[in-house]
Design a protein. Structure first.
Length: 314
């Protein structure tokens, strides 16, 4: 598919994608039998992005277009990659921290010459269009993303590594984190391809006291359930992208860590004031299971929930 066709796909992308984003919606590189998948987001139920961490063995193949946008972060190397796109052939020695970017709508041929440890990160086209509509100058439907081969970008790398870290910790129920990372990467892709944001469009509106109260009440009453960025944004009448920017500016933290802190504080209260089993407290506070609560509790406090309960009752 030519570049012009790619832009047609970006402008007229059809109805927004819904449901879990799984490996069947990727190009097919990850389906190859010679690759060894370490972790993927398939079982986590994320809808805004797809992430996979793996060892890739040498291969060469042609891939047809998908709607969404792919960035491959190389974790080791250098390794030579050959790409054929729109009739041209490009080769690059790509080292650790460098990336291979393929926007949605392009078909391409690629050859990997040596084994590679990598993270594949796909962001939904609908998320990219939402970010563009909310924050960027000009007509967001006409933003043109460019393929790249061997580029480095510390911001994009840190976002992708954060997604890989979430995989390593098997953070079930981490849709809120995925939503945030998807928009962060979409924003970076747009800034690299479309320039600076328009101040008038991207002006960030602070949460007023009434919105802050509604947000606190929503989180407090929904801690036992999955909470997505769209849920938080809807509670204060904002788009997810604008809410994420406003929230980070107002609080200095991300929505994910705000909700995680609320869950941990609720768990502490229940550990102090009830005799409920820790496994039941975990579920009541929105953690996937007791081990998930224990891992998050230990990361934030340095002790286990059981040790905390003993300390307050001693």
């Amino acid at each position: 598919m030519a570049g012009g066709e790619n832009q047609k796909l970006l402008r007229h992308g059809g109805k927004p994608e819904t449901g879990s984003f799984d490996v069947r919606q990727t190009h097919g590189i990850l389906w190859r039998s010679e690759h060894q998948i370490e972790q993927s987001s398939d079982r986590l139920g994320w809808s805004s992005l797809y992430v996979s961490k793996q060892y890739e063995n040498p291969y060469a193949d042609f891939y047809t277009p998908v709607r969404d946008h792919m960035v491959i972060l190389h974790l080791d190397g250098p390794v030579e990659v050959e790409r054929r796109l729109n009739g041209s052939v490009d080769r690059a020695m790509i080292g650790p921290g460098a990336m291979f970017t393929m926007p949605g709508g392009f078909d391409f041929w690629v050859r990997l010459t040596k084994p590679l440890h990598s993270i594949h990160f796909y962001v939904r086209d609908s998320i990219l269009r939402e970010v563009a509509a909310d924050a960027w100058a000009g007509d967001p439907a006409h933003i043109e993303l460019r393929p790249s081969l061997g580029d480095t970008d510390p911001v994009m790398s840190s976002i992708i590594r954060a997604a890989g870290h979430a995989l390593s910790n098997e953070e079930l129920g981490s849709e809120l984190l995925a939503d945030y990372l998807a928009r962060a990467l979409a924003s970076r892709l747009i800034s690299k391809n479309a320039g600076r944001p328009a101040e008038a469009r991207s002006a960030t509106t602070a949460l007023d006291p009434a919105q802050q109260r509604r947000l606190r009440a929503f989180v407090a009453t929904h801690l036992a359930f999955p909470i997505g960025l769209a849920d938080l944004a809807a509670s204060v009448g904002m788009t997810p992208t604008r809410f994420a920017r406003s929230f980070k500016r107002d609080t200095g933290t991300t929505p994910y860590h705000y909700v995680l802190t609320a869950r941990l504080e609720r768990a502490k209260t229940m550990l102090r004031t009830t005799n409920m089993p820790i496994a039941e407290i975990a579920v009541a506070c929105g953690f996937s299971h007791q081990e998930h609560l224990t891992r998050m509790f230990g990361r934030e406090t340095g002790i286990t929930p059981a040790a905390y309960r003993r300390s307050v009752h001693s």
